[in-house]
Design a binder for this molecule. Structure first.
Ligand code: ZN
Length: 145
């Protein structure tokens, strides 16, 4: 798994990752051909973004003949977990249930999504929560007396 500071990828890097996850093995040229019209990118833009993703260890590159092949080091599922953890860490742990409920309320969901959510909730056991907020960020445990 990447280091903490490598969690954060830009919107542009995410667009590239989406193609790499989908293709599994791809080249800068293929990504360029797929995305450049929608995103108004040059081939050099794609190569720069790929370089950053390799540095962040989200992507690996191997040489096949004269071509560089890019493939994911971080799975889409692991990236989803990192993104969700980062997002939920922005709120007091005691309000995470409320935050998730709001996401469910405001997100269009199919019948099978609702079924998955019901099954998931039924399998979860309640846990006690201690938040890690800094003083002044919430009122749930820093108040004295
Ligand atoms: Zn808190």
């Amino acid at each position: 798994m990447p280091q903490k500071e490598d969690h954060v990828v830009s919107e542009a890097e995410w667009q590239v990752m989406r193609v790499i996850w989908n293709k599994q093995h791809t080249t800068a040229k293929e990504i360029y051909e797929l995305l450049h019209e929608s995103l108004d990118w040059k081939l050099t833009t794609v190569k720069t973004l790929l370089g950053r993703l390799v540095t962040k260890e989200w992507v690996q590159t191997t040489k096949e003949g004269k071509r560089f092949i890019y493939s994911p080091l971080l799975s889409q599922t692991d990236a989803m977990k990192l993104a969700t953890d980062d997002f939920l860490a922005r709120f007091c742990a005691t309000t995470v249930g409320e935050t998730i409920a709001e996401m469910i309320r405001t997100t269009p969901l199919r019948q099978e999504d609702l079924q998955l959510l019901r099954e998931t909730i039924d399998q979860i056991h309640p846990m006690s929560i201690t938040c890690t907020c800094l003083p002044g960020q919430c009122n749930c445990h820093h108040e004295k007396g």
